[in-house]
Design a protein around this ligand. Structure first.
Ligand SMILES: NC(=O)c1ccc[n+]([C@@H]2O[C@H](COP(=O)([O-])OP(=O)(O)OC[C@H]3O[C@@H](n4cnc5c(N)ncnc54)[C@H](O)[C@@H]3O)[C@@H](O)[C@H]2O)c1
Length: 263
């Protein structure tokens, strides 16, 4: 019988760890025995998140800048003696405008934080993992990276890129004992989404009607999927982009699920 998930002795770096999915996943990894370093661009939020999660340390930096990403990985490895696990959660939302109204500067920033940031952190950590002959990385794609959402070209292209990068790295690094997977969340009740709901950019009623499970996701539901993929329970799983979406990406009919449910 396989014992319950236990990260005792494992050393984890969580980017975007000062908020939302990153923070809650970091807390779960700590609860399951891992040593954890949080990395984030938001220097003000990091000390509080470190306290709430029980992480061992934090480091401030921009994952989208090559030198900073290399330094984040080096800081984390120094703080906890190496890196076995990476959860790449740093990301920003986009402008929700069609491409002809989109600022290219902003497009590039959304793309860089998500895709280039994931690539740079994975590259730096991957070098350490190759030396030690083992490791696991979980990236964060999105339902917006699996299908097209109007007004979300920067975010969607970046998240589709993350899905593809995940598969590519899984194929490149499998021989080194490194697994690379991704989760593809649907709408999750994090500060990023709550802000969009408050500003009436997202309508939670419409989202719930379109979702077979009839609700938005709790942040813990993303953390549990990420922890599973990082753990030895997923020892033969690599190159997978796992929708954690209440059935969103399976639903293809006209209309919405709620109408069928309550006809
Ligand atoms: N919340 C959702 O519904 C949802 C759905 C699908 C995918 N995602 C993805 O999940 C991840 C986490 O999102 P969240 O909802 O928890 O958002 P969040 O805003 O709560 O957390 C994101 C964190 O990333 C940090 N960050 C932003 N830019 C950074 C940079 N350049 N370098 C380092 N850190 C940076 C922020 O400071 C923040 O602490 C993101 O990649 C997001 O795209 C979220």
């Amino acid at each position: 019988m396989t014992p319950p998930i236990d990260f005792t002795g494992r050393r984890a770096l969580v980017t975007g760890g000062a908020s939302g999915i990153g923070e809650i996943t970091a807390k779960l990894l700590v609860d399951l025995g891992a040593k954890v370093v949080l990395a984030d661009l938001n220097a003000d939020a990091l000390p509080g998140a470190c306290k709430r999660t029980g992480a061992n340390a934090f480091t401030v930096g921009d994952v989208a800048v090559e030198d900073a990403a290399e330094r984040i990985v080096a800081d984390a490895a120094t703080a906890i003696g190496g890196i076995d696990l990476v959860f790449n959660s740093a990301g920003i939302g986009d402008d929700l405008v069609p491409l002809h109204e989109q600022s290219i500067e902003r497009w590039r920033r959304v793309f860089d934080v998500s895709l280039l940031g994931t690539l740079l952190i994975s590259r730096a950590a991957g070098k350490l993992m190759i030396e030690q002959g083992r490791g696991a990385i979980v990236n964060v794609s999105s339902i917006v990276g699996l299908d097209a959402f109007p007004g979300r070209s920067a975010y969607g292209v970046a998240k589709a890129g993350i899905a593809h990068l995940t598969k590519t790295l899984a194929c490149e690094w499998g021989e080194h004992g490194i697994r690379v997977n991704a989760i593809a969340p649907a709408y999750t009740k994090t500060p990023m989404v709550k802000d969009l709901v408050d500003r009436k950019v997202f309508d939670p009623t419409l989202i719930e009607r379109r979702t077979p499970l009839g609700r938005m996701a709790e942040t813990e539901e993303m953390a549990r999927a990420a922890a599973f993929l990082l753990s030895d329970w997923a020892s033969y799983i690599t190159g997978v982009v796992l929708p954690v979406d209440g059935g969103w990406s399976s639903y293809g009919a006209a209309g919405d699920v709620a109408k069928i449910r309550h006809k």
